[in-house]
Write a new protein. Structure first.
Lengths: 401, 221
């Protein structure tokens, strides 16, 4: 068995990643002791900071701001080279000149969520009270907490009403939370591949990922930074399992089938004979270079706790009663993580609330990740929705193309 | 649903006035300004656009992806859905009017759909192709074939229209389920109203489609 390789052959102590947690290559909004973030768990978090990126210019009447909410493992680097990985922005298909969310037309904001590891305060940040990394001393955060922090940032930027709040997956949860918590501050929303509550199956997958991290001896009860280790194997396994849920059977078959990796015959070992294995190992090992393991625990937990209806006596429609926001809800046929049925339940509730909602299910075999990929029909719908909303909002240049 | 809504199919073009189809204008005229309307099977949103231009708050349901995409591009609030399965999810009295244009014959349960229309809306506006139209009758009587017309060109084996009825049949259904007919208009092949003063059998013979404004109640059972 000499050819058995672990998922990553050696620890990757990413100094860049650790540095980004407190000193991000981004704009930073700092909130002092006088402006605590009131968390759902009862803790007042102060001081704290939000790392964010902006693209484009805010217009004179401050009516063209679009807030993008990132997904579980995303960050604020929507449309610029990533400071740790050197890769292009994570939503280059949607955001950019000539794209549906065009910085030539809109003022685009994306912030790292609270609890994240790319510069907003989270478990990887230094706890000013101890001078050490927060680790598991960091309070549990929720999707509403993330949105509350974003609202403080938007206030700081002097914006009363956002033209649109956009996001997919966990980002879509934040979009829906925005409309439930601040309906008058959101003119329109684009909620993609998401749900108003996390399903039992999704909680189960998250628990699998968390257990993988915590089972790694290098996790050290969450104190791995103090002990100069990192649970890279556990986190990589968590990422591999999660990554499967972002794809689909058809997409895996099309992309890899049963093809072998750099060989023609099986090696009769546990080496990565199949391309799909090699691909997953790569996904796992590249993820640990840029992501903090504790942050992964906190953010998956936040998604698990999400249930908008629970805050409204179990009646989802009450969350959106009387709302004026224009909704566009999009799902993908092959998404089994946030299936179309979840989006339909949301649409039914919005209909029952007399909300102005459009809903489209996009045919694709690319699974949950489709929202990040070049899926023309999805991008066309997004563009059309934003154009029509811009026209209703009276944005210059809209409704003419 | 889009198949029916995107009439005209090859052959006949409904007459247009001011850029709008005659049958759409007739429907729009039946809707009080300022009201809330749900268009079931709204196709590419042409009727919804007309309604919104008249200050009506419109929503749509459409089965086809192309239809939904086209509607969203026009700034219309349209959701992808099916008249047979999705109407149950709308609350009672959610709308002033629910419109079902050229779609009834493509539903699996026309009676249930009709009942749902008048549960969701105070009023319903229903239009459908009349199988009592003389051309249809003639084809079955003389040709011995299932009828096909300019507006309904599909063969029996590939049509999505599974529940055809005549104007007379529809009137009987309305009476059976206690639906009040506030207004009824028959349109000819070009979308022009058949003169009002003619008897029912003429409508049933020369109307290519029937358009009905319905409300709850009526004669009682």
């Amino acid at each position: 068995m000499s050819n058995v390789r672990p998922i990553t052959s050696q620890p990757i102590p990413s100094d860049d990643r650790a540095h980004e947690a407190d000193h991000p290559s981004s704009l930073v909004a700092k909130f002092g002791m006088d402006q605590p973030l009131k968390l759902d768990c009862g803790v007042d978090l102060a001081p704290f900071q939000i790392a964010y990126q902006t693209y484009g210019q805010l217009n004179a009447d401050r009516s063209n701001a679009i807030l993008i909410c990132h997904a579980l493992t995303g960050d604020q680097h929507v449309n610029n080279t990533h400071p740790v990985t050197g890769k292009p922005g994570w939503w280059d298909t949607m955001v950019g000149t000539g794209r549906p969310i065009d910085p030539d037309k809109y003022f685009i904001i994306c912030s790292n969520v609270i609890g994240g590891c790319m510069g907003s305060t989270g478990p990887a940040s230094l706890n000013p009270a101890t001078g050490k990394v927060w680790g598991l001393d960091f309070p549990i955060i929720t999707i509403p907490d993330m949105v509350r922090a974003q609202a403080m940032l938007v206030d700081r930027l002097g914006i009363t009403t956002l033209f649109c709040v956009v996001g997919g997956s966990m980002g879509g949860m934040q979009v829906l939370q925005w409309t439930a918590a601040y309906p008058e501050r959101v003119f329109s929303t684009l909620a993609i591949a998401c749900s108003t509550r996390h399903s039992a199956q999704n909680i189960a997958f998250h628990e699998l990922g968390r257990q993988a991290v915590m089972a790694d001896p290098d996790w050290r009860g969450g104190r791995y930074v103090d002990e100069d280790t990192h649970p890279h194997r556990g986190l990589a396994v968590a990422r591999m399992a999660a990554h499967i849920t972002y794809l689909s059977d058809a997409a895996l078959h099309r992309k890899f089938g049963r093809r072998m990796q750099d060989r023609e015959l099986p090696t009769f070992s546990f080496d990565a004979d199949f391309q799909v294995e090699s691909y997953l190992r790569y996904q796992g090992s590249s993820f640990v270079e840029r992501f903090d393991a504790n942050s992964y625990l906190y953010l998956t937990r936040a998604m698990d706790y999400f249930d908008i209806a629970a805050d409204h006596n179990g009646v989802l429609a009450k969350a959106f009663a009387g709302i004026k926001t224009r909704f566009c809800v999009v799902s993908f046929t092959s998404d089994w993580l946030f299936p179309t049925s979840e989006s339909r339940a949301l649409v039914h509730a919005l209909n029952a609330s007399s909300a102005r909602v459009s809903f489209a299910e996009i045919e694709t075999d690319r699974g949950h990740d489709a929202f990040l990929l070049d899926v023309p029909e999805f991008l066309d719908i997004s563009r059309a929705f934003l154009l029509a909303a811009g026209k209703a909002r009276g944005l210059k240049g809209d409704g003419q193309s | 649903m889009s198949m029916q809504q995107t009439l005209p199919l090859p052959g006949v073009a409904p007459e247009r006035t001011g850029g709008y189809r005659r049958d759409h204008l007739l429907v729009a005229e039946m809707v009080r300004p300022g009201s809330r309307v749900l268009d079931v099977g709204c196709g590419d949103g042409e009727l919804l656009q007309l309604l919104e231009s008249r200050g009506i708050d419109g929503r749509g349901i459409e089965l086809s992806r192309e239809g939904v995409n086209g509607c969203v591009a026009k700034g219309l609030a349209v959701v992808q859905g099916d008249a047979d399965t999705d109407l149950v999810n709308y609350p009672d009295d959610a709308f002033d009017y629910v419109i079902l244009s050229q779609t009834l014959q493509a539903t699996r349960q026309p009676k249930v759909v009709l009942e749902n229309l008048l549960r969701i809306g105070q009023r319903a506006i229903v239009s459908f192709p009349n199988f009592g139209f003389w051309k249809m009758r003639l084809q079955l009587l003389i040709g011995g074939h299932m009828p096909r017309t300019e507006n309904l060109p599909a063969s029996w084996y590939d049509t999505s229209n599974i529940h055809f009825c005549t104007i007379k049949d529809f009137v009987e259904l309305c009476e059976q389920i206690n639906v009040k007919m506030e207004r009824a208009v028959a349109l000819d092949l070009y979308g022009r109203p058949v003169p009002l003063n003619l008897p029912w059998w003429v409508w049933n013979m020369f109307g290519e489609q029937g358009v009905f404004l319905l409300s709850r109640g009526g004669k009682g059972k």
